[in-house]
Design a protein around this ligand. Structure first.
Ligand SMILES: [Zn+2]
Length: 473
């Protein structure tokens, strides 16, 4: 299974990092920042990050970083095939999604490592997110800890908070799932979401002197905005430490969080306290539904652009993103101009591709793209915002000739422009779960330091880019 980690061995972890550094120091310095001062900072940043990715410079001589805000949008499992399928279906083969309108584009590697630092060509989402959250590759299944020695690695969110930025996380998964967790927690295995889920993380338990489960660590990390699913994880009882015997939700309220459960609550949330939005027990229900791919194919189908199992009050990813931007903007430091770091994840693109559910997958990609449009609209009014759109890994989808007879599962969709699109899923046999793939993924950006995504970059490079943009050391 692509979601679990393998055995643990002590080892060497320098090879991949050295390769990443070599790429950084041999590429030309960034040159097209928003202003002359920002451009100077960018050039300086490039060399400095190559020398030590934990020590990005603070910006120009006046101390202002190249960007005020960074919005990082992650389509989980959203490789080129998944983007193309969503484009073909929803806006037509010659149409353009919002994410297609970003002209500064490149590719990122996606590989992870084993416990000795050797490449593992197909990542899971935990190692994938750890790469940009910490600038270091780790083993599949691990969350922001080193591959061999299992030590915590500082994250972008922790650094941003320390530098006085507001921080936010929005996802369609549980906020304890691997991609958001990589910013707020450090656990041996991604399965350790709540205090009752610690079987794979003995060293991380509070009883063993560790920092506890993902949700406990996330509350302690205290992002200003935390929106997604995962109510079941917060309902668990803390087993050790000062909150022993109380639920993680009670811990969150003690830390000052206002807890909202639906769109109305989110809209009414105050901006003078952190906000925790728990819109589902675990993952949020998906937006679209249809017939899953099947051996020998399906009858040509149109996707239903609604899901009867989705409660009416559930905010869309775009609505949560807009609310998060409102919350974070209200926290901007008037004196320094310092804004925020926000990560937005479309999580169920991956989940639906695992299940060979083309309509669910495309609906989640379209929903993600609407969140991208919200981010771009914000950046249109705030030009010192760096927007980055990328994925953590590719997935199983293939777009095939209409008359193909693929060996695995397939489905024919009738697109909005009236074409027939055959999608195949054949990374595993019928009844199995489709697999991630090891392809490079697209990355696109707009705003200060956007040109740092050009070309083929390492999956760890986004860490240095965000650090340089916000002046994080
Ligand atoms: Zn996955």
């Amino acid at each position: 299974m692509s979601r679990t980690s393998t055995g643990r061995r002590t080892g060497r972890r320098g090879t991949a990092l050295a390769a990443a550094l070599l790429v950084l120091v041999t590429l030309p310095a960034a040159s097209t920042a928003a202003s002359t001062a920002a451009s100077t900072a960018a050039s300086t940043a490039h060399g400095a990050v190559g020398a030590d990715r934990d020590r990005a410079p603070a910006g120009n001589v006046q101390g202002r970083a190249p960007a005020d805000d960074v919005i990082l949008l992650i389509g989980d499992g959203m490789g080129d095939a998944e983007i193309t399928a969503a484009r073909d279906y929803s806006v037509g083969a010659a149409g353009r999604l919002a994410l297609d309108t970003l002209d500064t584009t490149g590719r990122r590697t996606t590989f992870s490592v084993d416990e000795r630092g050797r490449p593992v060509y197909v990542t899971d989402s935990a190692a994938g997110a750890t790469a940009w959250a910490t600038g270091r590759r780790t083993v599949n299944g691990r969350v922001s800890k080193t591959p061999g020695t299992n030590r915590p690695l500082p994250t972008l969110l922790e650094k941003a908070r320390r530098h006085g930025y507001a921080t936010g996380i929005v996802t369609t998964a549980s906020v304890a799932d691997a991609t958001p967790a990589a910013l707020t927690a450090h656990v041996t295995d991604r399965s350790c979401k709540g205090p009752a889920d610690m079987a794979e993380c003995p060293a991380d338990t509070r009883a063993a002197g560790g920092a506890g489960s993902v949700v406990e660590q996330t509350v302690a990390a205290r992002p200003d905005v935390l929106l997604g699913g995962g109510a079941d994880h917060f309902a668990q009882t803390v087993r050790d430490g000062p909150y022993r015997g109380r639920t993680v939700l009670e811990q969150a309220r003690s830390a000052g969080y206002q807890v909202v459960r639906d769109r109305a609550g989110l809209t009414a949330a105050r901006t003078d306290r952190p906000v925790l939005g728990l819109f589902a027990p675990d993952y949020l229900p998906v937006e679209w539904t249809g017939t899953p791919a099947a051996p020998g194919g399906t009858a040509p189908q149109r996707c239903a652009v609604h899901n009867p199992a989705r409660p009416a009050g559930t905010p869309t990813l775009a609505e949560s993103t807009r609310a998060a931007l409102g919350q974070l903007t209200a926290r901007r430091d008037r004196a320094t101009g310092k804004g925020f770091f926000l990560q937005v994840e479309g999580a169920s693109i991956d989940d639906r591709a695992h299940e060979a559910d083309p309509c669910g997958q495309i609906g989640e990609t379209v929903a993600f793209d609407r969140a991208v449009a919200v981010a771009l609209a914000y950046a249109g009014h705030h030009p010192r915002t760096l927007v980055i759109v990328t994925a953590d890994h590719g997935h199983a989808t293939q777009i095939l000739p209409e008359d193909a007879r693929p060996a695995g599962l397939s489905s024919t969709l009738v697109t909005d422009e009236g074409g027939r699109m055959l999608l195949g899923y054949a990374t595993t046999g019928p009844g199995g779960t489709q697999e991630h793939t090891g392809v490079t993924v697209p990355v696109a950006a707009r705003g200060p330091l956007a040109d740092r995504v050009l070309g083929l970059r390492e999956n760890t490079d986004l860490f240095g880019t965000v650090c340089a943009a916000l002046g994080l050391r």
